[in-house]
Design a protein around this ligand. Structure first.
Ligand SMILES: Cc1cc2nc3c(=O)[nH]c(=O)nc-3n(C[C@H](O)[C@H](O)[C@H](O)COP(=O)(O)OP(=O)(O)OC[C@H]3O[C@@H](n4cnc5c(N)ncnc54)[C@H](O)[C@@H]3O)c2cc1C
Ligand code: FES
Length: 309
């Protein structure tokens, strides 16, 4: 490991899979450090990110989706949006990518022991919080936590990330899983077309009053309405949410209506970043450097930083 904090550690791609299609596809890549020393020194916790670098293209901050219980490789879910993420999408097994990190703070997972956990993701927002549910559901850790509920939504079934494992969880008694896909909008507002088969449409105005048929896990609605419908209890519960800012805003509003305090709700922030180590000033909000002090914050802290939330 180099003393230069900007020098990436070389890692080999050992697995790739397409996680979601659509106009902004998501690819999952698994990488293993080439040098044993780098592998041993890299100690990530749920919530951490790493900077991935592609020679000649640049660097991108990406959440580590694999839990620390996975010792042999790191896993990332990357949405193709621009120059670097397009280059990362072209990686194949055997290629080399640069990794530096781990960066950022962690979800305070030890403080959550004995509590129920509600995990709410929207779109690519499931990536940063996947490491939490994989950590909590690991057989070594499962007994330390209460009931686990996963709620996740994307635009279409094709846009859902981590489908394979989430669909497997749907068939199990633990965790509770609820998935949703978006209503479609047309030029005149909501399109009046049949709901996608297997994904019954929920009238968004009545979401709070809807009774869920036993065994129903898939719906056509937005993630905030899913929260309104499932009505997780705030009692001895921690809620973790991540997704586009507009989704987080309405998800947290609905959690508040259910009685969650701001300090029971955690999220991760994705401000633009460059150095990742609190030097360049790209990510800061006032005196808070999101790359070092975050990206994990509780909702009380988020509101102090960004009152518009
Ligand atoms: C803490 C953190 C965790 C992240 N985790 C993930 C993850 O797990 N998976 C993932 O796919 N992405 C994640 N991102 C976002 C990712 O870093 C950016 O999408 C990526 O750097 C874009 O690089 P690019 O060169 O492909 O895009 P560019 O060519 O630089 O830009 C393409 C488009 O993306 C927008 N963009 C660029 N950077 C960001 C950003 N940081 N946030 C929002 N929009 C941006 C640009 O405005 C432009 O519209 C994370 C960002 C942060 C800060
Ligand atoms: S990314 Fe440089 S200070 Fe945070």
């Amino acid at each position: 490991m180099s003393d230069n904090p900007y020098e990436p550690m070389p890692a080999r791609v050992i697995g790739v899979s397409m996680e979601a299609g659509g106009i902004r596809p998501v690819k999952k890549i698994q990488v293993a450090f080439i040098n044993e020393e780098d592998k041993n020194n890299f100690k990530n916790v749920p919530g951490n990110c790493a900077i991935l670098s592609m020679i000649g293209q640049g660097e991108s901050m990406i959440s580590i989706t694999s839990p620390p219980t996975e010792k042999d490789f790191l896993e990332f879910a990357i949405m193709k949006v621009g120059v670097v993420t397009t280059a990362l999408h072209e990686l194949e097994v055997g290629d080399i990518v640069g990794v530096r990190g781990p960066y950022g703070n962690a979800f305070p997972i030890d403080d959550w022991k004995g509590k129920d956990i509600v995990i709410i993701g929207a779109g690519i927002g499931m990536a940063p919080i996947r490491s939490i549910y994989n950590y909590i559901l690991h057989p070594d850790n499962r007994k330390d936590f209460g009931k686990v509920t996963l709620m996740y939504g994307a635009r279409t079934p094709n846009d859902l990330s981590f489908k394979k494992e989430l669909f497997e969880y749907e068939d199990q008694a633990d965790p509770d899983v609820f998935l949703c896909i978006d209503w479609k909008f047309g030029p005149n507002g909501m399109m009046d077309e049949d709901a996608q088969e297997g994904w019954p449409r929920i009238n968004m105005k009545d979401a709070g009053a809807t009774v869920i048929p036993p065994g129903q896990t898939r719906f056509t609605c937005f993630v905030p309405q899913l929260v309104e419908m499932i009505k997780p209890s705030p009692e001895n519960t921690i809620a973790i949410t991540c997704g586009p800012p507009i989704a987080i805003k309405f998800i947290t509003q609905n959690l508040s209506k259910l009685g969650f305090d701001d300090e029971q709700i955690f999220t991760t922030m994705e401000n633009r970043m460059k150095c990742g180590i609190g030097k360049c000033g790209r990510c800061n909000i006032g005196e808070v450097f999101v790359c070092v002090d975050g990206p994990v914050f509780n909702y009380k802290q988020v509101k102090e930083l960004l009152p518009e939330y």
